[in-house]
Design a protein around this ligand. Sequence first.
Ligand code: SF4
Ligand code: SF4
Length: 493
Amino acid sequence: MTVTESSSKKQTEDMAKIIENWLGNPVIRKLLKFTTKRTGNERRLDKILKSYAFDKDVNLSFGDRLTEKIVMKIVGSVVDRTSITEEDVKSNLQIGYWRKGLVSTLEGIAWRGPEKPFTSYAPFLVVWNFTNACNLSCKHCYQSSGKKPTSDELTTEEKMKALDEMADAGVAYISISGGEPLFMKDVFEVGKKIAEKDMGFAIATNGTMLTKETAQKLKDSGCCYVQISLDGTRKTHDEFRGFFGAFDKTVQGIRNSVNTGLLTEVSMTVTKDNLNEVGDIIDLTEELGASTFMHYNFIPSGRGKDIIDKDLSPEEREELLNFLAEECDKRDMSVLSTAPQFSRIMASGEYASSSLTHFDSISQQEGMGNETRFLAEFVGGCGGGRLYCGLEPNGDIIPCVFLPKVLGNIKEDDFLEVWKDSEFMEDMRNRRRYDEGCGGCDYRSICGGCRARAYAYYGDVQVSDPGCIINKRKWESLKEEIGEKQFITLVKT
Ligand code: SF4
Ligand code: SF4
């Protein structure tokens, strides 16, 4: 462990201790309620923290001044009782998405009280399926993308309005996905506005259109993270993607992204067809200089339903996740998985690393002390409907891009109200209501199971995730009871 890693681990543990104390203290929660009060679209706490981070004088009301005093007391106690310095606090608060994420966490605690895992007041992350158009035709596409945008997609003007609404709600990070977002001319303009609104801007692309110029344009618009999909070695990737030559173009796209200085993640959707190539793609990811390898847990949604028979068995998934955990310990880059069971495996104590949630590559810390375990339970594995949601090309709001249940539309409904009041999302959040597998599991708070998988197989988000080894009877009985062929047909409908 390097000195920086060691001090980062210490800071995480210190911060976990403080949050744990806060959660148990009713006076602190009352103060949080006061400091996180919103007036219209203005979030008092965000204003105060921003002015503190940049040493700026702003016009403050009496209530703001009181909040400022409370915030300064809290910062003082964090600095006194932990290894975190005032400079650390200020430099993190200067990052817009970090500050917004903190505010949303505190607002979430004030809103719902002490909960493990917690729910943020506004989504930390929105994955925005920007268009249904794509230049490829991938077998597992959750969006069932076609060659052209569909007629109901948001216009540029509507996209800008949607952005204003998400920024006002307090969203910290937006990841533009697809279809293929680089197909759309307005992606840079929209990306620039995301960054101007102090939110993090990431993009998920198939990489085939990511020339040096495009990578530079992304960087200039404020993009801080590029996720590029690579589903195997040349032959496998080209077959998956339905386009001969896709592999070479994608690898060049990864090179262009890395050489432009963009933080780059290589993501691989793993099925029975490419399971034996995972090691090769991790090697290639490291060789290309990307910062993260991400295993995408295949979920049979969209066109993925057509290849449901390629889904991994619970045993295959368990073996894969353990392999990834070993790789994570060995490599100088992040090795992560979108399968929430990865947090359970990392919490087992068998590995030196831990992973708190699948969409945050920064949150890998060495060791799993009590405080880190508390943090893992607080952050909580599956973030669908709790820390994150999806937005469709036509403005439909969904709890996760792999779970296409429409809960509202950003053109007609209040985004924050949909997030806070949706009963469907509440069913996802309340893990005590899950059935006996995930509901009674010791890792319920750390993992929670993939709700999109439960929905894809049972049409019910409170059923246990049949992809987990702990629930393997569920997987077997699905097939036993219905029969393999009918089972596949049933799930496709
Ligand atoms: S039983 Fe459910 S909560 Fe427990 S580890 Fe498996 S998927 Fe996660
Ligand atoms: S439902 Fe949860 S675990 Fe599954 S893909 Fe969505 S966020 Fe990830």
